[in-house]
Design a binder for this molecule. Structure first.
Ligand SMILES: [Zn+2]
Length: 284
């Protein structure tokens, strides 16, 4: 898998957050826009607002224009992914490692400053236990944000603007008051979607997702000699399984992406069994 840090461009947005340099590639906004065009228009807003019986306008004619929803979606995605990467960066800082954050077309990266990597993403900078904490901190930060939103809304007596059953799991959206502003309601929904789904997706034991890094370290703890090979085999099997599942459920984009990740793991495995040293760079 070769998802390294993207090259700098003159259109990058640079700023500082919590003491970490953040760079946003223009392709991050393109990715957000493409996702927004298919996910965040007025028609899907009407479905959600009606589904939950919100007090907001649930008639197409009464809703703001499409661009307003797409803009809100991009802002929400930006906030959620930034929080994910801050999770990695903050735990890295706790272990004395400085890093910077990059948001790009595949999401985000917390890139360690001046690190050298050993075989296939395993770094000597941290022991396996600490590496697992760094990798888990990204999804954990997003899930914490989702829990906080749930808690604030429920304590305030509001119903949470979210579909109750992602992956068949019932979430406690409650039966309180509906949020009477359509844009605020949808913004909260757009913030919850990546915070829950992106976090769970990232925990799949597939390279180079966070779950892939976690499984690699767990396998290395169990078997330092064969750990990387075993984690790559699990990565291929999991990615292949998810790709088939997604294909059957007509989610072609996700099926292609997981198929590609599985194939990348296969290539890494071939190279690894071939020479057992060197490897591509990685990020958290
Ligand atoms: Zn991550």
């Amino acid at each position: 898998m070769l998802l390294g840090e993207p090259a700098r461009t003159r259109y990058d947005l640079n700023f500082n957050c919590c003491g970490f340099p953040v760079r946003v590639s223009p392709f991050f906004w393109v990715m957000g826009l493409l996702l927004g065009l298919s996910l965040a228009d007025r028609k899907t807003a009407v479905v959600l607002l009606n589904h939950h019986g919100f007090g907001a306008a649930t008639d197409l004619d009464q809703l703001p224009q499409n661009w307003a929803f797409i803009l809100l979606w991009i802002v929400a995605l930006f906030v959620s992914i930034l929080i994910h990467e801050l999770g990695h960066a903050i735990v890295l800082r706790k272990f004395g490692i400085s890093s910077h954050i990059v948001l790009y077309q595949f999401g985000g990266l917390a890139v360690r400053d001046g690190s050298t990597y050993a075989a296939y993403g395993h770094t000597q900078q941290l022991n396996s236990k600490n590496q697992i904490m760094v990798s888990a901190a990204g999804p954990a930060a997003q899930l914490l944000l989702a829990c906080l939103l749930f808690a604030v809304l429920r304590i305030g007596g509001f119903r949470v603007p979210y579909f109750e059953t992602p992956f068949g799991i019932h979430l406690p959206v409650g039966s309180g008051l509906p949020i009477s502003n359509a844009l605020l309601c949808m913004f909260l929904f757009y913030l919850l979607v990546p915070s829950i789904l992106w976090a769970i997706f990232n925990l799949a034991p597939v390279y180079p997702l966070d779950g892939g890094h976690i499984s690699r370290e767990l396998f290395l703890l169990l078997n330092p000699r064969e750990g990387i090979r075993h984690s790559l085999i699990l990565s291929i099997a999991t990615a292949g399984g998810i790709a088939i599942y997604m294909f059957i459920h007509h989610n072609t984009l996700m099926a292609v992406m997981m198929g590609w990740l599985g194939y990348s793991s296969y290539q890494i495995l071939q190279a690894y069994t071939g020479n057992r040293f060197g490897g591509p760079g990685r990020s958290s």
